[in-house]
Design a protein around this ligand. Structure first.
Ligand SMILES: Nc1nc(=O)c2c([nH]1)NC[C@@H]1CN(c3ccc(C(=O)N[C@@H](CCC(=O)O)C(=O)O)cc3)C=[N+]21
Length: 292
C-alpha cells in the first residue's frame, strides 16, 4: 500500500504558484486577490477559512476575510456579493458553506459573478465543466484529479465508484471522472438509497468516498489492490485530544489500508489539495485564463 501525501503534494504546487506569482509581480502585473466570506462561527468553517488565508500567504496572493454574524440577512449578504462582483481589485471570492438556514444558498451562489467564482459552484461553471469547456472546476474534485495524476494512477477505462451525490463533490467528481480528458473512467455513483452499494464498491478499481459518514467504507467493501480516495472530514469527539475532537474520514483507514494499492489519509489527504486547487483557480482568475 502506498500512502498518498496530499499535504506534500499541495505544498509543492503552492510553491510553483508562488514562483509564478513572483514573476507576474516582477513584470509589473497584479497580485492575485482572493476574498473569503464567512458567516457565523462554525468550527470547521473557521479552520478551512484560516487554512485558505495561510495558503494565500504561501502563494503570494493578497487575501481578505469578510465576516458576518449568524444573524446577517440574505439582503446584506447579496449586497456584499454585488460589491465583490464589481470590485476590480478582487479576482476571485468564495462564500463559505454551509450558510445559516434563513439564507438561500442557491440564491447566493447564483448572485456570484461566474468569472470570479473560484469555487466553481455557479451554474455557468458547472454547465461548462460538464460540457468539457474551460471553467472553474470545484476545488475538491480538481484536487483529487491532481492527486491521481501526480501519483500516476491509471484511470482510463477503470471502474470508479463514487459514494455521495453532493453538488460540491459527488456530482462534479462523477462528471470529471467520466470525461475523456480527465478520468476517462466507467463511473458509478452510489448514495444513501443505493441498494447494491457494497457490491458496487467490491468491483471498483477506484473508490471515492464523499458521504460524510465516519468509517463507512470497511475492508470487506474493497477489492484487493483498489485505489481509495477519502473525502470525508467529520469531527468526532476524542477525549485524548486537547481540542476534544479528531477528524475522521469516510474510510476505516487501518483495515482498508492493508488491502488497497493507494489510499489518502485524513487529515493530510484530500483537504490540503482542496485548498491548493482553490489557489490554482484564483491564479487562473487573476490571469484571466478562463474568462476575459
Ligand atoms: N464555499 C465553500 N468552498 C469550499 O471549498 C468548502 C466549503 N464552502 N465548505 C466546507 C467544505 C470543506 N472544505 C475543506 C477545506 C479544507 C480542508 C482541510 O484543510 N483539511 C485538512 C485539516 C483541517 C483541520 O485541521 O481541521 C486536512 O484534511 O488535512 C477540509 C475541508 C472546503 N469546503
Amino acid at each position: 500500500m502506498q500512502l498518498i501525501d496530499g499535504k506534500a503534494t499541495a505544498a509543492a504546487i503552492k510553491e510553483q504558484i508562488a514562483q509564478e506569482v513572483a514573476q507576474i509581480v516582477a513584470a509589473g502585473g497584479k497580485q492575485p486577490h482572493l476574498v473569503a466570506v464567512l458567516v457565523g462561527h462554525d468550527g470547521g468553517s473557521e479552520t478551512y477559512v484560516k487554512n485558505k488565508v495561510l495558503a494565500c500567504e504561501k502563494c503570494g496572493f493578497k487575501s481578505t476575510l469578510i465576516r458576518f454574524e449568524e444573524d446577517v440577512t440574505e439582503e446584506e449578504l447579496l449586497q456584499c456579493v454585488d460589491k465583490l462582483n464589481k470590485d476590480a481589485d478582487v479576482d476571485g471570492f468564495i462564500v463559505q458553506l454551509p450558510l445559516p438556514k434563513h439564507i438561500d444558498e442557491q440564491k447566493i451562489t447564483m448572485a456570484i459573478d461566474y468569472r470570479k467564482d473560484v469555487d466553481g459552484f455557479h451554474p455557468v461553471n458547472v454547465g461548462r465543466m460538464s460540457l468539457g469547456m474551460p471553467s472553474f472546476i470545484s476545488a475538491t474534485p480538481l484536487g483529487i484529479l491532481t492527486l491521481l495524476q501526480h501519483y500516476q494512477i491509471e484511470t482510463s477505462g477503470k471502474k470508479c465508484v463514487i459514494l455521495g451525490r453532493s453538488n460540491i463533490v459527488g456530482k462534479p467528481m462523477a462528471q470529471l471522472m467520466m470525461q475523456k480528458q480527465y478520468g476517462d473512467a466507467t463511473v458509478t455513483v452510489c448514495h444513501s438509497h443505493s441498494k447494491n452499494l457494497k457490491e458496487e464498491c467490491r468491483e471498483a478499481d477506484i473508490i471515492i468516498a464523499a458521504i460524510g459518514k465516519p468509517d463507512f467504507v470497511t475492508a470487506d467493501m474493497v477489492k484487493p489492490g483498489a485505489v481509495v480516495i477519502d473525502v470525508g472530514t467529520t469531527r468526532v469527539p476524542d477525549a485524548t485530544r486537547k481540542s476534544g475532537f479528531r477528524l475522521n474520514g469516510d474510510v476505516k483507514f487501518d483495515e482498508v489500508a492493508e488491502k488497497c494499492s493507494f489510499i489518502t489519509p485524513v487529515p493530510g489527504g484530500v483537504g490540503p489539495m482542496t485548498i491548493c486547487s482553490l489557489m490554482k483557480n484564483t491564479l487562473a482568475a487573476g490571469k484571466k485564463e478562463i474568462y476575459d
